[in-house]
Design a protein around this ligand. Structure first.
Ligand code: SF4
Ligand code: SF4
Length: 65
């Protein structure tokens, strides 16, 4: 099954993806990337590869394989 991957160095911390994911598979973290933005992680057990995160993220963080 397809899964999403995230390049969190591109993340700007907007959290739009967290609300967009129908599986609640995107977890907001307090960890920051090198640009100082709080990042997210994907729970691969929950992800169904629907692509909503890919469509929603304004900063091209996600790829779906
Ligand atoms: S939508 Fe993109 S930029 Fe915004 S928090 Fe999610 S991964 Fe980061
Ligand atoms: S592909 Fe779909 S299920 Fe997986 S993290 Fe993105 S929005 Fe959530």
């Amino acid at each position: 099954m397809a899964k999403a991957k995230a390049n969190t160095e591109l993340c700007k911390g907007c959290r739009l993806c967290v609300r967009a994911c129908p599986r609640h598979a995107i977890i907001p973290l307090e960890l920051v990337n090198k640009n100082g933005y709080e990042i997210i992680e994907i729970d691969q057990e929950l992800c169904i590869g629907c692509g909503m995160c890919y469509k929603t993220c304004p900063d091209n963080v996600f790829t779906v394989e």
